[in-house]
Design a protein around this ligand. Sequence first.
Ligand code: SF4
Ligand code: SF4
Length: 312
Amino acid sequence: MNSGFLNSNTVKAKARSLGFVACGMAPALPLPTPVVERFCQWTAQGRHADMHYLARNAHLRFNPDALVPGVHTVISVALPYRPQRSVPGISMYAHGKDYHTVMRKLLKQLMQDIGATGRSFVDTAPVPEKYWAWRCGLGWQGRHTQLILPALGSTHFLGELFVHQQADAYDRPMAPRCGGCNRCTQACPTGALCGNTLDARRCLSYLTIEHRGPLPPDTPLQDTFYGCDRCLKACPHMTKAPLGIGDFQPSEPLLTMQPHQWDALTPEQYQTLFGQSAVKRAGYEGLRRNIAQFSKQNGKPFTVSRNPEGPK
Ligand code: SF4
Ligand code: SF4
């Protein structure tokens, strides 16, 4: 194991060279009690819906040393995903390749480039990634509960390295900058954002991606059938969000899907369009369920307005 100190400037330069738009470092200390209490209160209120894994493994979630024994430093990175051309109905984060695959490869490379030892994480273990991104100085958690990077918005995936080495310098957390704005809460069609927290039971992202079984009949899908970007798009900090890397841009077959084709989506088409995509999370049946509900609510076959200019 390399027990030397990491040079923070070198780590950040290596991260930039791999395409990460932000990188920060923090000592791997247990989470402060108020943060833990807030999280436990959120799950006790049932706001995590049936994502029961969020309430499990608390000892690993709140103490990095329990997850990676001997860890000294957490390195948090952000990878941009904003698509250049928009696919109506599908959340921006799911336009391209599955971020787990893309991020995992880049994190492995970063670990190797900086000569560190430890583990990498991308949304696959009990790691409170928004907390660590904030603690590593990348940005602040907006009222829509996503992390906002100053001047870069919120269309990025987060990844973490938990490493055994100490760093020569650590970053400071950033104070919230939402001020009196509440555009995101006003843009939410279901009232899922309240008191700076998310009630997943009402969130269209949760309902169309994570939820199994029928959708509540009054779910206001409006113009979406996979995920929801309304609160993100309403945020004034999104105006300068950088374009995503090539892996997160939509494929030509996805861009050329016609509205009527969604209603008749076959398992083969689904596999072609989403075989390497995060949309697999909902599964073929889940996607069909969403499309069927959309068409039923609108009283006509599936149609969504096209936005050739890309996301606003
Ligand atoms: S993703 Fe959509 S439903 Fe969920 S909080 Fe944001 S605006 Fe509301
Ligand atoms: S829309 Fe306004 S309140 Fe919501 S996250 Fe952005 S800045 Fe904060």
